[in-house]
Design a protein around this ligand. Structure first.
Ligand SMILES: [Zn+2]
Ligand SMILES: [Zn+2]
Length: 302
């Protein structure tokens, strides 16, 4: 599980070197996209990954700096003669916007577009993707905004050294042991999952917060998560403005992380007023030492 932030600035004002919100999470061979600002396609190219591997797109809210890359992305996918279905999860209004846009631009999708509309106040499970479950919670922003949690399911991991000792390293029946708990070999030995299992590892989880002001829902969504990617639009001197604009300061994001007990916090969505986000990170680290600055196009492990 790895993630890559494609854009770290807040708002839609164009800058040459900074981009608006979009992030992908790599789950095996699949890429899960969170938000899709203008220039997301170009950033995916720069990251060296293909949109052909995106099957699920989660949209936090409908402000332009989070969705304006969707019409061109869908148009390109269609031009590539994509046939795999695409699932989009978003607040009400996005399906209407995209279908109208496609009709006006004469884009007739040759793949199935499945929309899941996130109704006001919804919280719960949305999808199962490659051994992970995606949950959502509504946050608090000027318009309806959601956060998402990708939670790895608990899985038995196999210890290859134990397999070697038992002479089973290239045995095709390992899958049967994982599924059924044990097998009996031709020589009479019964091998159980406990005989070949590696020590259990804590399932990983990735939390993507959309735009939000301080709220309990963030803390509940991110409870004990491995990584939380959180907005930090302002610095602490602008706490009042952050509240009025339904955004967070880096200090408030760090408080969310500390309350939720996450392992690592990555900050993003910095106002373009800041030439450098370093002071915001420094401020957050006083509250939550495991705070890092999201860097565009940098692949990070979850
Ligand atoms: Zn935003
Ligand atoms: Zn917003």
């Amino acid at each position: 599980m790895e993630f890559c932030v494609l854009g770290t600035k807040a708002g839609g004002v164009p800058l040459v070197k900074k981009h608006s919100s979009a992030t992908f999470l790599r789950l095996g061979a699949e890429l899960v996209l969170f938000d899709c600002a203008e220039h997301t396609q170009v950033q995916l190219l720069r990251a060296g990954v293909s949109w052909a591997h995106i099957n699920h797109i989660f949209i936090s809210h409908l402000h332009g700096d989070h969705i304006l890359g969707l019409p061109p992305l869908l148009s390109t996918m269609n031009g590539d003669r994509r046939t795999a279905p695409l699932h989009i999860y978003a607040p009400k209004g996005l399906e209407e916007y995209l279908r109208l846009g496609m009709r006006i631009m004469d884009v007739q999708p040759n793949f199935d577009l499945h929309f899941t509309t996130l109704e006001e106040g919804f919280s719960g499970e949305l999808a199962q993707i490659r051994g992970c479950t995606v949950h959502t919670r509504m946050l608090e922003h000027r318009i309806t905004s959601f956060g998402f949690r990708v939670q790895e399911e608990e899985q038995a991991h196999i210890d290859t050294e134990k397999l070697r000792v038992l002479g089973l390293e290239s045995d095709k029946r390992i899958g049967i042991i994982k599924r059924e708990g044990s097998i009996t070999l031709e020589d009479g030995r019964t091998i159980s999952l406990a005989d070949i299992a590696a020590p259990p590892r804590k399932p990983r989880s990735f939390v993507y917060c959309g735009d939000t002001r301080v709220c309990d829902a963030v803390v509940e969504l991110a409870k004990n998560a491995t990584v939380m990617l959180h907005e930090a639009t302002f610095d602490a001197s602008m706490t009042e403005k952050a509240g009025e604009r339904y955004h967070c300061t880096s200090h408030q994001a760090a408080e969310h992380a500390a309350k939720a007990g996450v392992e690592r916090l990555f900050l993003t969505h910095f106002s373009v007023r800041y030439k450098s986000a370093t002071p915001l990170i420094r401020e957050a680290r006083k509250v939550f030492p495991e705070t890092f600055m999201a860097k565009e196009l940098k692949l990070e492990k979850v």
